[in-house]
Design a protein around this ligand. Sequence first.
Ligand code: ADP
Length: 547
Amino acid sequence: MLGLMQDVDLTLDRLFDHAARWHGATEVVWRAADGVVRRTTYAAAHARAKQVSNALLAAGMERGDRIATLAWNSGPHLEAWYGIIGVGAICHTLNPRLSTEQIAYLARHAGDRMILADKACLPILEQILPACPAVERVVLFDDDDARPIAGFDGQVQSYAAFVAGQSAVCAWGGFEERTAAGLCYTSGTTGNPKGVLYSHRSNYIHALMTLGPDALNLSARDTVLLVVPMYHANAWGVVYSAPMVGARLVLPGQRLDGASIHALMEAEQVTFANGVPTVWQMLLTHLRETGQRLTSLKRVTVGGSACPESIIREFRDDHGVDVVQGWGMTETSPLATVSIPDREIAALPAEEQVRFKLKQGRLLAGLDLKLTDDAGRRLPHDGATPGRLMIKGPTIASGYFGGEGGSVLDDEGFFDTGDVATLDRHGYMQITDRAKDVIKSGGEWISSVDLENLAVGHPKAALCAVIGVPHPKWDERPLLLVKLKPGVSADPAEFLDYLDGRIAKWWMPDEVRFVDDIPLGPTGKIDKKALRERFGGVAFVQAAKAT
Ligand code: ADP
């Protein structure tokens, strides 16, 4: 027997309708490319988004068409986003930080018909457009006077000209909730980037799942600074969850340095912000150096890579800000676990709670997790045994755009995250490595992440990376690469001595090499692929301190 409740498709346009109707006067604030802080409201942004929809239809765009954005977080970007998805087209968020070859590849792979971009991205457009024949039209968000782009035959318009004269009345939705809404490629640290195709339903459910007090805990009383770029998995879903509750939105544009973020936080009295650890490190350094304070910020969500303990402590002790760590990936929409204490952990002294904040956290409702060995057998959730982290649920990818990568689910329907993790008895998940980075030595796994985190604690280290190098006896052994702080010199033995006693003897790196630079990928993570290409073939020259 079916329930007798109204059958309404969960399409994302409803969230923006809701924000405009019931939180219409709530502001959306952004720092424009010229540095000026501009403002709109949910009601005005909604009207603009409808104009965008009409302009897209007038330009011949149809349901299912991929329309790209190449832009930093701003009010017009948000309007265009809802304008695109409202009429059933797919918003493909391009990351301007990728190389032009990669961006061109993605626009071609997605078959983008249009690109809406920041004027600052013109040099990128000039390079990619000749290689993207499917792109018919370009709209520049912040250009009053758009000129033709060399080598591009299509139309180039300013955003103002694109929407000029368009009606603010347009029927949104009216399609099935499983309709695709967004396309976001993973950064591709392995092989070519692959497209994750979100549906209206999956993003709607993700917004609901992540709003609760044990996750982002957003409300109509919050002013949210969206530091995470909108091209990173919908800014961790906040593009949907903030309008859903009518939170005031502050969008920082391209300036993510400590001083700019701090100025915006204070001027707009931000209460909540999300971002990767690097951004918070820059902010905290700025505050330390200038002696400035955070007067309104209450909570910060950190994710994308492991959150260093110093960030948790400094926010808490110097500014009274609670740091919450989240874990996820583009394929998981992205938020899947959050490090919020349960009843038992909340009762522990504050110092002991930090130990749990350093873990990636507990699973959101509606999802399922398991750990397996390489043969797919389930492993215990004892907080000690590392295994491949597998995940399942309505906000998890079932495959990639264009069938890339083939079938990605195991026979129980779980998606392999490529992460290696432990799960403790409280349900706290802790990432110990990425599967492709874990070092397999004599049948046992060595966590490259643990070694890096420890080694970087050496006072002379600026950055450390650990990769596995093929070894005739043990399959692989760890190589520690160290970028020293400016002006210091060190002996490899100093690092081995430092690690001695902090790790199991068989984890000891077989060699320590000092390097001038450790390459980072476009999302600020250590580019192990590049390191493996450079150092994967080294023959160890130093005997390990203890093997
Ligand atoms: P990719 O880097 O694979 O293109 P994402 O940008 O989606 O894709 O990054 C997802 C990965 O980032 C996760 O699989 C995990 O390895 C890492 N990650 C995300 N959040 C955390 C966290 N809180 N702690 C440790 N690692 C994290």
